[in-house]
Design a protein around this ligand. Structure first.
Ligand SMILES: *Cc1c(COP(=O)(O)O)cnc(C)c1O
Length: 494
C-alpha cells in the first residue's frame, strides 16, 4: 500500500492554486508522487513535506466473504486482518507478533479488548477505555509503542518524542513508550493545571526514558514551546525530534479495528447496519469510523458529537468550517474535546472533494488566510449524506443530565466525554438500527465532574488505589524553549 498527501505532494507556492471549488470532477484523481511511500516511512514523519496529511492511495474494500470470516475473530486476529492491508511493508509474522504483544487481557483487562455493554435493546456502549490510562487513546498508542520499537530497532535509529499535553494524550503516550528501546519521551504539561489523578499517572513513572516537564504556564504555552523547538530544523534533525500526535497514521489504523469489533458485537448478520456515536475533538476517532465504512463495514450513521467547542458540528450542519482561535477555545468539563482546529479533518475533506488535492490546497488556503471556508454552494456539499455523517453539540448541562439519567436508568457510570456522545446519539437514533456509543474515558479520571453530576465519587478502579501517594518525578521549567532544548541535549548526551 502506497501513501499520498492530501495536498498532492507538490511544492505549494503560497497564494497560487489551480483548485476550482465549483469543478465537478467525477474522475478519480491519479497522484503521481515522486517516490512511493509505505506505512513505516510515514509512521515517523508527521505532516507530509507539502503540509498535507498522508492517506493510503486507496481504501481496501472487503468482500462479503472476507467480512463474514471476520465476524468471529479474536481482537488480535481482527486487528491483523485490517492492519496488514495498510502495513504491507511489515512481514506478516512480525506484524502478528506486534499485535499479539499489544492486545492482551493483561493490558486491556479482557481478551475482548473493547467489550460491548448493552444499555437497552439497540443501544450500546463500546468500552474502549480499559487500557493503562483509562482512555481510548491507549488502544492506538499501545500499538504505536510496540511498532516504534520494532521499526527503530530494524533501522538502528532512535527518536525523541516531544509533546505537550493537558492530560490524556501525554499519559497515554508515556505508558505506551516507557521502557521501549530507541524511544525517549519529553512531555510538557502546565504546572498545577491537570487533575490530581492525571498528574499522578504521569509523574509517578520512574522509567529513565520518560521525562516529564511541568511548565509554569498554561497548555498553550507548552504547545508554543514544542513548536519553537520543532521549528529549529537543525536542532530537530540533530536530536531526532518526533511526535505521536493525533495525525499519526498508525494511530488511525489501530482505531479502525474496534469499529469492526463493535459492529460484529452489536449484530447477528452482516446485512444489518449499525450507527456509531463518537465524542470528537481532533477528528481522529471518527475518521477511523469513516475508513471502516469506506472498507465496506455496514455503518449507517457516523455521529460526530462535540462539546461547546462546536467547530465540527457547525461544519456538518451548515457546510461552513471556521476553526476558532486558541483564545476562543472554551474550557469545558469534557476537556479532551476542547479543540479549536480538528487536525484530522483534512483527511475527510480530501475524500469529500473526490480526492482532488488542488481543491484541498485551496480550502486550506482559505482557512489560513480568510479564517475558514463555506462549501454550501459546491457540489461537495450535496455529497455529504453519502458518507453517513451527522452531528450535534452537547453542553455542560447536557453532560450532567446524561450522566445522571444513565446512572438512574441503567446503573452505569459514564464519564463526561462519553456523555457528550450519548447525548447526541439519542438525538439521531433510528428504529431498528443498533446505536453504538464509543466510550472514550472512564469516570475515575474526571472525579470533580462526577461528583457534580451524581453527588458522590465514581466507583474506584482496581489497580489505581494509592496512585496519588506514589513518589512523583518531574522537573519544573519557565516558559522558555531554550530550556527545553538544554534539557533534551543533557538527557541525550549522557
Ligand atoms: C482524545 C479524546 C477525545 C477526542 O478524540 P479525537 O480523536 O481527537 O476526536 C474524546 N474523548 C476523550 C476522553 C479523549 O481523550
Amino acid at each position: 500500500m502506497n501513501y499520498i498527501s492530501t495536498r498532492g505532494d507538490v511544492v505549494h507556492s503560497r497564494g497560487h492554486t489551480h483548485g476550482n471549488l465549483h469543478a465537478n470532477t467525477h474522475g478519480s484523481f491519479i497522484n503521481h508522487t515522486k517516490s512511493a511511500k509505505y506505512f513505516c516511512d510515514i509512521l515517523l514523519e508527521g505532516l507530509a513535506p507539502d503540509g498535507g496529511l498522508y492517506l493510503p492511495q486507496t481504501y481496501p474494500v472487503l468482500s462479503e466473504e472476507e467480512l463474514a470470516n471476520m465476524r468471529d475473530m479474536s481482537y488480535p486476529d481482527l486487528a491483523y486482518e485490517i492492519m496488514h492491508r495498510y502495513a504491507t511493508d511489515i512481514p506478516a509474522a512480525d506484524l502478528k507478533e506486534i499485535i499479539a504483544k499489544t492486545y492482551t487481557a493483561e493490558v486491556f483487562g479482557s481478551t475482548n479488548i473493547t467489550p460491548l455493554r448493552t444499555l437497552e435493546p439497540d443501544l450500546h456502549i463500546l468500552q474502549c477505555s480499559n487500557g493503562p490510562t483509562l482512555a481510548f487513546k491507549d488502544i492506538a498508542m499501545q500499538f504505536l509503542g510496540h511498532l516504534f520499537e520494532y521499526v527503530l530497532t530494524k533501522r538502528n535509529a532512535e527518536i525523541n518524542i516531544l509533546g505537550a499535553t493537558s492530560g490524556d494524550t501525554g499519559s497515554s503516550a508515556e505508558y505506551a513508550m516507557k521502557g521501549k528501546s530507541g524511544v525517549r519521551v519529553f512531555m510538557l504539561s502546565p504546572l498545577g493545571k491537570m487533575s490530581p489523578f492525571q498528574c499522578a499517572q504521569m509523574f509517578s513513572l520512574q522509567d529513565a526514558n520518560i521525562i516529564n516537564i511541568a511548565v509554569r504556564g498554561v497548555f498553550d504555552d507548552c504547545q508554543d514551546m514544542v513548536k519553537a523547538v520543532s521549528n529549529d530544523l537543525e536542532f530537530k534533525a540533530q536530536y531526532k525530534i518526533g511526535a505521536v500526535n493525533s495525525i499519526n497514521w498508525g494511530r488511525i489504523v489501530a482505531q479502525v479495528v474496534y469499529y469492526f469489533k463493535g459492529y460484529f458485537a452489536a449484530t447477528q448478520t452482516n446485512i444489518e447496519k449499525v450507527s456509531f456515536a463518537v465524542p470528537s475533538g481532533n477528528f481522529g476517532n471518527v475518521l477511523a469510523g469513516h475508513i471502516a465504512r469506506m472498507m465496506g463495514l455496514p455503518i449507517k450513521q457516523l455521529i460526530v458529537a462535540t462539546n461547546e467547542n462546536d467547530v465540527l458540528d457547525e461544519f456538518f450542519r451548515t457546510g461552513q468550517y471556521r476553526p476558532r482561535k486558541t483564545a476562543e477555545t472554551l474550557q469545558t468539563s469534557s476537556p479532551s474535546m476542547d479543540i479549536s482546529k480538528a487536525s484530522n479533518f483534512e483527511r475527510f475533506l480530501f475524500d469529500l472533494v473526490w480526492r482532488d488535492p488542488a481543491v484541498v490546497r485551496e480550502l486550506m488556503r482559505k482557512v489560513e488566510q480568510e479564517g475558514g471556508f463555506d462549501i454550501r454552494q459546491c457540489p461537495y456539499w450535496s455529497r455529504l449524506p453519502a458518507f453517513g455523517f451527522v452531528s450535534g453539540t452537547s453542553t455542560h448541562a447536557d453532560r450532567m443530565r446524561i450522566i445522571r439519567t444513565t446512572w438512574e436508568q441503567y446503573q452505569i457510570e459514564i464519564d463526561t466525554h462519553t456523555a457528550d456522545g450519548l447525548k447526541v446519539a439519542l438525538e439521531h437514533r433510528e428504529p431498528n438500527v443498533p446505536m453504538v456509543c464509543l466510550e472514550t474515558a472512564l469516570p475515575t479520571k474526571f472525579e470533580a465532574s462526577m461528583i457534580e453530576a451524581l453527588g458522590r465519587k465514581p466507583a474506584p478502579r482496581t489497580g489505581f488505589k494509592g496512585l496519588e501517594d506514589l513518589p512523583q518525578r518531574f522537573q519544573v521549567m519557565d516558559i522558555d524553549a531554550a530550556a527545553v532544548k538544554r534539557c533534551i541535549a543533557a538527557v541525550v548526551n549522557t
